[in-house]
Design a protein around this ligand. Structure first.
Ligand code: SF4
Ligand code: SF4
Length: 106
């Protein structure tokens, strides 16, 4: 039998958490922000990115700037809504994806 409480909980988690599709483009452009430039291995790619899997090698210990929701909770929750911060981040993701041709220009 379907557990509607579990379904609701999963739905809530989906809408509250930043929705990253794991394209890895932010980790390949760390030189574009002063917040992440220190991770640059010299060509804009983060030194912690596993190039074969496209995954972060230190995911569970990654810097807070790489964790949208944790960053929001620690630094921005008094300044803007979580939704607004997510939308700002989605704009950057979209910009990176457009530049790589992953999203056709409008
Ligand atoms: S660019 Fe956006 S969608 Fe792609 S990995 Fe980074 S946060 Fe996720
Ligand atoms: S530390 Fe990990 S999550 Fe952060 S930019 Fe580097 S590879 Fe990406």
């Amino acid at each position: 039998m379907q557990n509607i409480y579990l379904d609701w909980w999963e739905f809530w988690l989906t809408i509250e958490k930043f929705n990253c599709n794991g394209c890895g483009l932010c980790c390949r452009n760390v030189d574009k922000s002063f917040l992440t430039v220190d991770f640059d291995r010299g060509d804009g790619v983060c030194k912690n990115l596993n190039l074969e899997t496209n995954l972060c090698k230190i995911y569970y210990q990654r810097p807070i700037v790489c964790n949208v929701d944790a960053y929001y909770d620690k630094f921005l929750s008094n300044l803007m809504s979580r939704e607004d911060f997510h939308n700002l981040n989605y704009k950057v993701c979209e910009k990176l994806k457009k530049r790589e041709g992953l999203i056709p220009p409008r």
